[in-house]
Each structure stands twice: as C-alpha cells, then as structure tokens.
Design a protein around this ligand. Structure first.
Ligand SMILES: NC(=O)c1ccc[n+]([C@@H]2O[C@H](COP(=O)([O-])OP(=O)(O)OC[C@H]3O[C@@H](n4cnc5c(N)ncnc54)[C@H](O)[C@@H]3O)[C@@H](O)[C@H]2O)c1
Length: 315
C-alpha cells in the first residue's frame, strides 16, 4: 500500500508511520515542523524511521505547498497534521485557522483531484463539548465544542462531509485524549510525568475530578490503520480507550508507577476544558473489528518508562 501521512513527525503521526512501514506499506511523510513545541522532540520522534526504505520525509506546509504531486498514486492518505491544544486556541486562533481549516481543505481538494481512494483524518472528542448524556455517540450526541480548537475540528468534519459528497471518501477518527510514549509536551499526562521525574510543580487546572476517556497511542494507531482498509467505512468513528479516569486518579497512578510524589499547584479550571469525556465505541468495534488493548495502568507505565529512557539518552 502506498500511503501519505501528514503530521508524520508528531506524537501520533510518527507512531502511525512506523506501524505502516512495519506492515510493508510505503509512507510519504509530510511535516512542517511547526514551532508549537521543540523541533528536537519531533526529530527524535522520527529517529526510528531514519534509513527505512519505505519512508521518505517531505518538509512542507500543507497550507501553502502544492500537494497534488505528493499525493499522486497514493492508495490512502492519513491526515493527522494540525494545530492541537485547547488552551492556546483562545489566543492564537490564526494558527488554528491555518493549520486545521485551511490545511485540511487543501488536503481534501488535492486528494479529490488525484483520485486518492480514501483520506483517514484526525478529528477530536473536542467536537462534543459538555454533553447532556454519556457515553458520547456519533450521530446522536450534539456537537457543541467549548473551545476554538474544537470548533475548527467540527468545521473540518463539515469539510469532510462536503468532499465525501464530491467523491473523496473521508473517514474521521474522533480521538479521545491520547497518551503514551512521545506524548506532546503540552498535554497533562506528559507534564505530570515530567513533574514526577524532574521534581517540578504540576499545575492542576480545576478540582481534579474532571475525567477523560484515555486512549493509548498504539490503540489509536490500530483503529486508524483499520479505517484505511475497512469495507464501506462510516464517515466518523469515536476512538476511545474505554477507561474513563479522573485527573486525580491519574496523578495517583503516575506517583505510584514513577515512585515519586508530585507537587500539585491547584489553579482555576481552564477555559475550553470539558468536564467529562466517555466514548461509545460500538461503531468502531463492529465495523472496524477494533478493540482497545492497553489498560490505563500499562499505558502510563509505558509512558513513564519512555520518559525515563529519554532522560538517560536511550529513547
Ligand atoms: N493527542 C491527542 O490527544 C489528540 C486528541 C484528539 C485529536 N488529536 C488530533 O490528532 C492529530 C495528531 O495530534 P498529535 O497529538 O500527534 O499532535 P502533534 O502536534 O504532535 O503532531 C502534529 C504534527 O503536524 C505538523 N503540522 C501542523 N501543521 C502543519 C501543516 N500546515 N503542514 C504540515 N505539517 C503540519 C506539526 O509540525 C506536528 O509535527 C491532530 O490532528 C490532533 O488535532 C490529537
């Protein structure tokens, strides 16, 4: 299979690229190395792909580059590039417009022109906002995002619907709080593990009772790969790990698994943060044959191990 992975140097995109290459696919990886976090982190993410025959890197920006030549002959595009993060979307919205809306419309348009059979792309649980009922279900739960970031992902879902009607088969994966090795430095679990290992203060926004449906990165990759080859896939899938946990319980787990206590600095709840997420994943289970396989305990243990290896120069 000939594939394109956008955002290949990022947290999820690099793991996905590795999984595809290991499966015998070729990957044209696209990344602009945006400065949201350190380039050196992204270069480290790509290290395992260095010298791989099946992988090539194109450092281009999807919001400006000519995409048709890069997409020609692809069997599938995995579009993961984006400007993530809820908090910064209130102040730096121009980045979200460019890297989410503009980039995604250009990806869909070029994929349609190149007749790429399928585009699997990263949406987010953020499209739901605070719901009236849980679990959150595709096609049932209202989409009322609480952040500008969530609003851009919701708008991207509209773009995907428009292009699907125009013959470009788009499949949206609504990822729920992804964690594990290589997690982005702005994300709570990463900051928590860093605080535990380096003796730093962990700023806790809110009362700690907010909960998330945590999803291990390899389970996210598995669902995403399955969506590329499924027969008659739906337009949208929830991808959630199935183990809802409060921030307070994750703090306790990180303390236990790292062997260090964490100094918590309690702050006001952050704008845009929802109180709860919990995915109904029956659609992905039935149609993609997908099941999340990593427990929160095993996944956090893997993330602590990785962070320790980074500190000792092994990872
Ligand atoms: N991590 C999560 O918990 C989570 C949850 C829901 C959805 N998502 C979505 O999953 C995708 C991957 O997230 P991640 O956590 O790996 O983020 P990441 O920031 O680690 O990776 C995104 C990559 O995209 C690249 N990029 C951004 N704009 C680009 C552009 N215009 N052209 C080319 N490359 C560009 C960045 O340089 C970065 O390497 C994103 O679409 C994100 O919104 C992530």
């Amino acid at each position: 299979m000939r594939t394109v992975v956008t955002g290949c140097a990022g947290f999820i995109g690099s793991r996905l690229s590795e999984a595809l290459v290991a499966d015998g696919a070729t990957v044209v990886g696209i990344d602009a190395f945006t400065p949201y976090y350190d380039r050196s982190d992204k270069e480290r993410n790509l290290r395992a792909l260095e010298g791989e025959q099946g992988f090539s890197l194109e450092e281009v920006d999807l919001s400006t580059a000519r995409l048709a030549p890069l997409f020609a002959d692809a069997d599938a595009i995995f579009h993961l590039a984006a400007q993530p993060g809820v908090r910064a979307s209130f102040t730096d919205f121009d980045h979200y417009v460019r890297h989410n809306l503009l980039a995604t419309q250009r990806v869909f348009e070029a994929a349609k022109d190149d007749r790429v059979p399928r585009v699997v792309w990263a949406s987010s649980s953020s499209v739901y906002g605070d719901a009236k009922d849980y679990p959150l279900r595709e096609g049932r739960t209202a989409l009322e995002p609480l952040s500008p970031y969530g609003a851009t992902k919701k708008a991207c879902e509209d773009l995907a619907r428009i292009y699907r009607a125009r013959g470009c088969e788009t499949v949206a994966m609504r990822y729920f709080t992804v964690y594990g090795p290589r997690q982005r430095p702005d994300m709570a679990t990463r900051r928590l593990v860093d605080a535990a290992l380096d003796g730093l203060v962990f700023p806790q926004y809110g009362d700690g009772q907010q909960s998330r449906d945590f999803t291990f990165v390899d389970d996210i990759v598995d669902a995403t790969v399955r969506a590329a080859s499924a027969e008659n896939p739906s337009a949208i899938y929830n991808v959630g790990g199935g183990e809802e946990a409060t921030l307070a319980s994750v703090i306790a787990l990180v303390e236990e698994l790292s062997g260090h206590s964490v100094d918590v600095d309690r702050r006001e709840a952050s704008r845009g943060d929802v109180r709860r997420t919990a995915a109904d994943t029956s659609r992905a289970r039935t149609e993609l044959g997908w099941t999340p396989r990593t427990s929160l305990r095993d996944g956090i243990a893997a993330q602590v191990r990785w962070a320790t290896e980074v500190r000792s120069g092994v990872a």
